[in-house]
Design a protein around this ligand. Structure first.
Ligand SMILES: NC(=O)c1ccc[n+]([C@@H]2O[C@H](COP(=O)([O-])OP(=O)(O)OC[C@H]3O[C@@H](n4cnc5c(N)ncnc54)[C@H](OP(=O)(O)O)[C@@H]3O)[C@@H](O)[C@H]2O)c1
Length: 195
């Protein structure tokens, strides 16, 4: 019996690993990729194919983006934002800055989308095994997506500031340790904080 429906947008190296793992763990998956040929192996393995982002957005209440960067996410999701209202969007784009994550989160909130930013601290082969995933943003979105996220690796919630997951990926580990006490600071008072 399917565990839930998930639409995965982006079937590069990481998106393919995410889609395969969700499918293998019993999720009902719909996939979309800009270059449609990359969807073929997923469809052969049991995923449904969305020809458009709008179709992918309509297919599931949980949408996971694994595109290269936030610019690509905004390019493709902004036009269908109204269709995502009330749904949960988990953006696993890891090539980002805290402020890009906050900006995408603000855009999602303006459309009533539950937005969770994610940082994948792993290579694709580690998905479903030893992958560590950091998340920040809307807590309700986290609890909604958590069962699916746990299929991918650890699902570690960092806090309501959507930029926190990205922040943890850019801070050197020594600074990261000393910044723990700072996760509840106002953005203006926590330094250093790259933009
Ligand atoms: N690979 C890793 O080891 C790794 C580890 C941790 C985190 N990540 C994160 O995972 C995300 C994806 O990385 P990846 O390794 O899967 O990269 P990838 O193999 O190069 O795949 C990139 C994906 O983004 C899509 N894309 C790029 N620009 C686009 C645009 N303007 N519009 C629509 N789609 C676009 C590509 O679509 P096309 O197929 O059409 O080009 C493809 O699906 C990145 O944010 C990266 O930081 C990757």
């Amino acid at each position: 019996m399917p565990k839930g429906t998930v639409s995965i947008l982006g079937l590069g190296a990481m998106g393919s690993a995410v889609a395969a793992r969700l499918r293998e763990t019993g999720h009902d998956t719909t996939v979309w990729n800009r270059t449609p040929a990359k969807a073929r192996p997923h469809v052969e393995a049991g995923s449904a194919h969305a020809a458009t982002v709008a179709e992918a957005a309509a297919a599931s209440d949980l949408v996971v983006t694994v595109l290269l960067d936030h610019a690509a996410v905004r390019e493709h999701l902004d036009p269908v934002a109204d269709h995502l209202a009330g749904k949960t969007l988990v953006n696993l784009t890891t090539t980002t800055t805290p402020n890009e994550a906050r900006s995408t989160a603000a855009g999602a909130a303006a459309h009533g989308i539950g937005y969770l930013d994610g940082a994948v601290m792993a290579v694709p082969a580690m998905i479903g095994d030893t992958a560590r995933l950091l998340h920040s943003g809307d807590h309700h979105a986290f609890t909604t997506a958590e069962p699916a996220l746990k299929a991918l690796g650890t699902a570690e919630y960092q806090g309501a500031d959507a930029g926190l997951a990205a922040l943890k990926t850019v801070l050197p580990s020594k600074t990261r340790r000393s910044s723990r006490a700072c996760t509840s600071c106002s953005p203006a008072s926590s330094r250093p904080r790259p933009s």
